[in-house]
Design a protein around this ligand. Structure first.
Ligand code: ATP
Ligand code: MG
Ligand code: FE
Length: 348
């Protein structure tokens, strides 16, 4: 079956076409397209919701046309439309959802609402097999830091989460303190390559607490004091900026990896998925590899770690394989806990 997927929950407009075989579960991406609004929002230092909606509205229709044309497909070839229904910015979500619903009604195609974080969570399935159940997932993105036990498609239990900032948010806010542009994660990672992580001492928040929760706002504050002590971000020379970036990255990665491995031990599930934008971080991947004899790690390709529509198509495909039933009783949902899963599929 061929699925057209649409993602517009935040500041990336994305479309994808996925061809999956329901019987075997195998499939492949027929095409994908991402339009980032990063440059538009960068001058504000973060995402401006109103601007994001307008950009989605302009970008989405031509992106759907383009992807279908490139794949040589027409509406009659599409078996289902998958769309991110939440969580995210309401106005941004509504652009994707309204488009999907209208196209579904006009062309008589069912619409499948997808939870954005379920998309991130299942993304390793795009390039290989998903691990055997149960497995543990560490979801680390711009808005979330969650540890989830996965007992099946749609069977998600939250076993840990951040009490304040998300890991990606900590990368972004710390980067800003260093005078680096938004989004800060990739910038910090780039400078960290040349830095000495041991020069500045930063805390490892919550690492010694015997639970699976995180807290990153204190780390951000520690970065603020360290920068201030060094005379402010303008006074930092290149070496100091790189050393600080390396210290930030080392602190975030150590906490994330050690807690994720702890979760695998506690839950007796030695299979770990790491997904979401921060999973693209190469130091995180390197540190994880040191636990290879204890935990088998499943990572999406870096381009499928950050927001994309292929992961939304795959999540819908995985849902359809479990026999989701048609319903029109769903709506865009800006706040939507991952463990509150609906299995709705909009009938055409
Ligand atoms: P959410 O999925 O929670 O709604 P989001 O969709 O904005 O948030 P993603 O697109 O999954 O988040 O990830 C973006 C985040 O990942 C940003 O905070 C960014 O700084 C971070 N990020 C991206 N690449 C890297 C990297 N190489 N190292 C560290 N952080 C990174
Ligand atoms: Mg984003
Ligand atoms: Fe995301």
């Amino acid at each position: 079956m061929i699925i057209l997927a649409i993602e517009s929950s935040c500041d990336e407009t994305a479309t994808a076409l996925y061809d999956g075989d329901l019987a075997s579960g195998s499939g492949r991406i027929l095409g994908e397209c991402i339009a980032s609004q990063i440059e538009t929002h960068a001058r504000f230092g973060g995402v401006v919701p109103e601007v994001a909606s307008r950009e989605h509205l302009a970008a989405l229709p031509p992106m759907v046309d383009e992807i279908m044309q490139e794949a040589g497909l027409g509406w009659a070839d599409i078996d289902a439309i998958a769309v991110t229904a939440g969580p995210g910015l309401m106005g941004a979500l509504l652009v994707g959802v309204s488009y999907a619903r209208a196209a579904g009604a006009v062309h008589n195609i069912p619409v499948i609402p997808v939870h954005h974080m379920e998309g991130h969570l299942l993304a390793p399935g795009l390039s290989g097999e998903l691990p055997a159940f149960p497995f543990i997932t560490l979801l680390v993105s711009g808005g979330h830091t969650l540890l989830v036990r996965v007992d099946g498609i749609g069977a998600y239990s939250l076993i840990g989460q951040t009490l304040d900032d998300a890991a990606g948010e900590c990368f972004d806010k710390s980067a800003r303190l260093l005078g680096l542009p938004y989004p800060g994660g990739p910038e910090v990672a780039r400078l960290a390559l040349k830095g000495d992580a041991k020069r500045f001492k930063l805390p490892r928040p919550m690492l010694n607490k015997d639970n699976l929760d995180f807290s990153f706002s204190g780390l951000k504050t520690a970065v603020m004091y360290a920068v201030r002590k060094a005379g402010g971000s303008d006074a930092l020379d290149d070496t100091a900026r790189c050393d600080m970036a390396a210290a930030i990255e080392a602190s975030i990665c150590e906490v994330l990896v050690k807690k994720a491995v702890r979760a695998c031990r506690q839950q007796n599930a030695p299979r770990l998925v790491i997904a979401g934008g921060v999973a693209a971080n190469s130091s995180l991947r390197k540190l994880l590899a040191t636990y290879a004899d204890e935990v088998t790690v499943f990572l999406p390709e870096p381009k499928h770690c950050t927001d994309n529509a292929a992961m939304i198509a795959y999540a819908a495909f995985a849902r359809l394989r479990t026999g989701s039933e048609a319903s029109t009783d769903w709506d865009a949902r800006p706040r939507w806990p991952l463990n509150e899963q609906t299995r709705a599929v909009s009938a055409p």
